[in-house]
Ligand binder design. Structure first.
Ligand code: CA
Ligand code: CA
Ligand code: CA
Ligand code: CA
Length: 254
């Protein structure tokens, strides 16, 4: 189980900012050296079908999922991952491309130990605030299962099915999994169970917090590797489900 509470999450950065004035201190809510991703605007929305032949994917750049957070070294045939991001005023679109030698979904209850099945995690912080998001909606951490569900923890500290926020479809092409998502973006005033939550409209120039990760299990009781898109220079490397200060910057470009 990975559910270990953490102490104050900003302390190392805040301490560094007392000692030096630098660009990193301009955003003390985030760990230093976060990545920046410029997502192009889609003139027509990609079809969420697990086939990457949509025009917008030609103009978006690949970014790797290659920071080993948990588990031993792994071979290229065990895991490889990369992604692209695009947007329109209604949704955020993410394309994932993965190599994973064994696909596994042992826990058939979607709300049980979902991070120990093969799972693609989408960490999204609508206002790029950083900060704690463990039991609130300051940020979302959608755990995308192989059956295309999106699970995160609600304010009641229990897992919830947020599959209505994310359209998801993947297909295998050769030894590669192509996975497409269309995500409704909600702000931190999202209310669990309410029927009037409205996704926000996206506009050029908007900056959000984004980080991606893959939980790779090939037959063990617990996941074997947890591999992310951002470095974790100090503290528990698997704390993205708590600490939005680890997320990179996603810039929506015209
Ligand atoms: Ca497609
Ligand atoms: Ca694997
Ligand atoms: Ca936030
Ligand atoms: Ca696997």
């Amino acid at each position: 189980m990975r559910r270990v509470p953490l102490g104050p999450i900003y302390a190392p950065v805040a301490a560094a900012c007392l000692l030096a004035v630098s660009a990193a201190c301009a955003s003390p809510a985030h760990v230093e050296d976060r990545s920046v991703y410029h997502a192009p605007q889609a003139e027509s929305a990609p079809v969420i079908d697990g086939v990457a032949d949509d025009a917008i994917w030609d103009s978006a750049e690949w970014r790797g999922i290659n920071e080993r957070w948990l588990g031993p070294e792994y071979a290229p045939e065990d895991f490889q991952g990369r992604f692209k991001v695009a947007w329109d005023d209604g949704k955020l679109y993410i394309l994932g491309e993965f190599v994973d030698d064994i696909l596994i979904d042992t826990h058939r209850d979607p709300l049980v130990q979902y991070w120990d099945d093969d799972c693609w995690e989408i960490f999204l912080d609508e206002d790029h605030s950083g900060g704690d998001h463990q039991f609130n909606h300051n940020a979302f951490a959608y755990h995308m299962s192989l059956d295309n569900r999106a699970i995160d923890i609600g304010v009641d500290e229990k897992p919830h099915d947020y599959s209505h926020h994310v359209e998801s479809r993947w297909q295998q092409h050769g030894n590669t999994i192509v996975w497409e998502l269309a995500i409704d973006v909600y702000s931190d005033d999202y209310v669990d169970g309410a029927d009037d939550n409205q996704p926000i409209r996206l506009t050029a120039g908007k900056i959000m917090g984004l980080m991606l990760a893959y939980c790779d299990n090939d037959g063990s009781e617990l996941r074997e590797n947890f591999i992310g898109s951002e470095s974790v220079p100090y503290g528990p490397k698997d704390r993205g489900w708590i600490d939005a200060g680890l997320f990179g910057s996603l810039v929506l470009v015209d």
